[in-house]
Ligand binder design. Structure first.
Ligand SMILES: [Zn+2]
Length: 165
């Protein structure tokens, strides 16, 4: 049985459906049909504005954003769907937390809902470091369809890896 690293931890029947679609070479097609909205968040500047707008809407009280950028070296799986770095800087004697958000560059070309999902994931880490219950509640607050989108994103990444772009 072919191990599917992005789907590790999901029920076997879901992994099996993914394997069936992969075997037919149709996984990518199915996911792209389900999520056919592109986005035009191309540059790091546009990404910053996009993240900032979502933060303003849902997490205004949280620490200010630091740098926001697409990172071509970021492995989505290795960094558990994104990289969250806490950087403390000294501002006039007062320690202030600032957050850098790096988004794997695969999301530059991904359907719009996947970019939103990963940004929601990273924003939730502004409040919760761990993937715990409070963390997922925050994700659901920002994106009610969070769990389905994370699963679909994992299917999309599986398709990219096995079927190519
Ligand atoms: Zn995370």
């Amino acid at each position: 049985m072919q191990p599917l690293k992005y789907l590790n931890g999901y029920p076997e029947h879901l992994q099996q459906s993914a394997r069936d679609l992969l075997a037919q070479g149709r996984l990518g097609e199915v996911i792209r049909r389900r999520h056919d909205q592109p986005h035009d968040v191309r540059s790091d500047r546009q990404l910053y504005d996009y993240v900032q707008a979502l933060k303003e809407r849902h997490l205004r009280q949280s620490v200010p954003l630091g740098k926001v950028l697409y990172d071509g070296k970021l492995q989505v799986i290795k960094h558990a769907l994104g990289l969250h770095t806490a950087i403390s800087r000294n501002h006039g004697g007062k320690l202030k937390a600032s957050r850098e958000i790096r988004i794997a560059s695969v999301f530059r070309e991904a359907p719009a809902p996947f970019l939103r999902m990963i940004v929601v994931h990273e924003l939730a880490h502004l409040r919760e470091a761990e993937h715990n219950k409070a963390f997922y509640q925050l994700c659901l607050h920002m994106e009610p369809d969070y769990h389905q989108l994370e699963f679909d994103l994992r299917l999309y990444l599986t398709a990219l890896e096995h079927e190519g772009g």
